[in-house]
Design a protein around this ligand. Structure first.
Ligand code: SAH
Length: 251
């Protein structure tokens, strides 16, 4: 998969291609990372990419031409069917489903705003859709773009070492992930749940599924409302709820 990023701060975006799981994916050639700086498409010797807002007010606005030209230059290096996505707090909220859809594309071009954002006309000229990473505002689109690029990259086949681990992540099955434990068996008086030491794979599977259901019920009940439970899931969740209630009753 080809991921392009249009940014005034290439150093921030470059960490994606040099560190951790995503760094290895770039090294292996499963992901191609391509960065374009609008500064090199500025129309003047000063490299001006922003200007004061019409109508007055604070802050600066990213000009159309350098942004559009950077996007066009990058698009030429990306597969034809790539999607151009502007990072914006006003965009559609990003989630695991959207990550899965993006992961099926051959190319994804992420455009990072700065300052007050981009000139509105850029949207019409060069952007397919706007994506938000949450109801908060950060200073630039780089961290949001890296969030999206990372969430997408780990769904590309072969990027995660253990192919299975993405399937068990939170949201993939519409549930939060179960709790995880590693050595030692006891730390500061806290023990690992005995079932995980039992070696009984079926018991472990049921325990994990029950915890995932229980956590989702506790922390994100709205996720359960939009998902049909299988018979086994429903009975495990019923058990979890009954146990939680009897624990509460004892307090
Ligand atoms: N004035 C704008 C915010 C500008 S913040 C507004 O209120 O809508 C500067 C840039 O950071 C934005 O152009 C966008 O690219 C990025 N950004 C900030 N918050 C974001 C979020 N929640 N999701 C995605 N991008 C965001």
């Amino acid at each position: 998969m080809h991921i392009g990023i249009v940014t005034l701060f290439p150093e921030i975006a470059a960490s994606f291609g040099s560190l951790g799981v995503t760094g290895r994916a770039v090294e292996d050639g499963r992901i191609t990372l391509d960065i374009e700086n609008p500064r090199s498409h500025a129309g003047d010797a000063h490299g001006t990419v922003d200007d004061r807002p019409y109508g007055g007010g604070p802050g600066m606005v990213l000009k159309v031409e350098p942004m559009r030209d950077a996007i066009e230059a990058l698009r030429k290096r990306l597969p034809d069917a790539s999607r151009t996505v502007l990072m914006s707090p006003q965009g559609r909220p990003f989630d695991q489903d959207r990550a899965r859809q993006f992961a099926e594309l051959d190319g994804l071009l992420l455009v990072c705003g700065r300052y007050e954002g981009v000139d509105e006309r850029l949207l019409e000229l060069a952007i397919d859709e706007e994506v938000s990473v949450g109801d908060f505002v950060v200073s630039g689109g780089e961290l949001p773009a890296l969030l999206v690029a990372d969430a997408v990259a780990r769904l590309v086949p072969g990027v995660l070492g253990a192919e299975k681990s993405a399937e068990q992540d939170s949201f993939v099955e519409g549930l939060l992930d179960c709790p995880h434990y590693t050595r030692p068996e006891e730390v500061s008086g806290l023990k690992v749940p005995p079932v995980l030491l039992s070696g009984d794979h079926e018991k472990v599977r049921r325990w994990r599924l029950k915890q995932a259901l229980g956590r989702t019920w506790r922390r994100r009940p709205e996720l359960l409302r939009s998902r049909r439970l299988r018979d086994e899931e429903q009975s495990l969740l019923d058990e979890f709820i009954a146990e939680a209630k009897s624990l509460n009753g004892r307090k």
